[in-house]
Design a protein around this ligand. Structure first.
Ligand code: NAD
Length: 256
């Protein structure tokens, strides 16, 4: 059980981050949810997790595009045994037309934030004598697709940072790994299905199999619960010697 551990999950008021927070809470960890917003719904999510799992759950607003905010999130949480760097955004455009502000935002949120949170969290982990860093990378941390230059660069970057942090902590009771999801059924993806059905005049099943999961051999989405379960595994005793590596949860995408 992860009882007594505090887990901070960046970008966790929806999608994978929220799913990971739920699974860590179900495994007994106290959790800190985060996003850049400050709405009643954000705090209600934390209250719901606390109520249903019995752990302590808090929401702390912090903008992961801002380095000082990233470090303040860790400081405000007060302790950090498990750090899940999950916050991320996407933008799709050819590189010669890629908006500079989008490039900068993607590198800041998807890559730089993990540098700042890791730097702030490591001293706490060392003091506690235990730590787990789980970076949510992507199949795009290992392979590329056209028109996703910023995202692919940031995700390859975080895989590199994962290996470096693992080496710097190799002789300590701290591990650092990356999870590389393929296509995951988040509310964001679900919302695209009806429009895509219309656009291609296809059934829901055909849109999922032939458009969305074209590159995912299993022809099934990964779920946020499966990603949460993978994060819980990386925090378990069985994973003590797993560090500096990637775990793909991609239905075979990167085997192609
Ligand atoms: P999502 O949009 O549902 O979640 C992104 C989260 O990041 C949200 O909670 C959002 O509030 C937060 N966020 C965005 N900008 C932020 C900022 N400036 N400061 C703080 N929080 C911010 O998307 P998701 O699919 O759950 O993505 C989560 C992570 O998983 C991302 O890093 C993404 O690249 C990665 N990923 C997703 C998929 C997929 O198919 N959905 C596949 C591979 C990797």
């Amino acid at each position: 059980s992860l009882s007594g551990k505090t887990a901070i999950v960046t970008g966790s008021n929806s999608g994978i981050g929220l799913g990971v927070a739920w699974e860590l809470a179900r495994a007994g960890a106290d959790v800190v949810l985060n996003s850049f917003t400050n709405s009643p719904e954000d705090y209600a999510l934390a209250a719901q997790i606390a109520q249903e799992t019995g752990v302590e759950a808090r929401y702390i607003q912090a903008d992961m595009s801002n380095g000082d905010d990233c470090r303040a999130l860790i400081e405000k949480a007060g302790s950090c045994d498990i750090l899940v760097n999950n916050a991320g955004i996407q933008h799709v455009a050819p590189i010669d037309e890629f908006p500079v502000d989008k490039w900068n935002a993607i590198i800041a949120i998807n890559l730089n934030s993990a540098f700042h949170t890791t730097a702030a969290a490591l001293p706490m982990m060392r003091k506690a004598g235990w730590g787990r860093i789980v970076n949510i990378a992507s199949a795009h941390g290992l392979t590329a697709s056209p028109y996703k230059a910023a995202y692919v660069s940031a995700k390859h970057g975080i895989v590199g940072m994962t290996k470096t942090v693992a080496l710097e902590t190799a002789q300590e009771p701290i591990t650092c790994n990356a999870i590389c999801p393929g296509y995951v059924l988040t509310p964001l993806v679900e919302a695209q299905i009806p429009d895509t059905m219309k656009e291609y005049n296809m059934s829901r099943e055909d849109v999922i199999k032939n458009v969305m999961l074209e590159r995912q051999p299993s022809k099934q989405f990964a779920t946020v619960e499966q990603l949460g379960g993978t994060a819980v595994f990386l925090c378990s005793a069985a994973a003590e010697q797993i560090t500096g590596t990637t775990i793909s949860v991609d239905g075979g995408w990167t085997a192609l």
